[in-house]
Design a protein around this ligand. Structure first.
Ligand SMILES: [Zn+2]
Ligand SMILES: [Zn+2]
Length: 107
């Protein structure tokens, strides 16, 4: 008996149905340090690479007008990075989360 499969055979089972892709939940490995589900990242705020020498600062009146209030009154160059593996977990944080935000601007 021949077991040869023909791809163009319309009656062939493998031409009629495709198994639904398994949607089994996988852990989101990027949430874990080095892909190890038992180790969450050690979140830490660091400066974006190009801004290491730039302090976060208050936006000027003019800048705030350009952005029409979309960015808030404070310019923050911080990012969130894992202190263990070095992965950048958030490239921008909200301006209100900036550790350098002056007391009077806090929402
Ligand atoms: Zn990590
Ligand atoms: Zn900042």
């Amino acid at each position: 008996m021949s077991t040869e499969r023909r791809r163009d055979d319309p009656d062939a089972k493998w031409n009629q149905e495709r198994p639904a892709k398994s949607r089994a939940k996988k852990p989101l490995l990027k949430l874990y340090c080095r892909g190890n589900v038992n180790t969450p990242h050690q979140y830490e705020l660091t400066k974006q690479q190009w801004a290491t020498n730039r302090p976060c600062r208050r936006a000027t009146e003019q800048e705030q007008q350009w952005w029409r209030g979309k960015r808030g009154p404070w310019l923050c160059w911080h990012q969130e990075q894992c202190s263990s593996c070095g992965k950048i977990t958030r490239h921008f944080i909200g301006w209100a989360e900036c550790p350098d935000l002056p007391e009077e601007l806090k929402p």
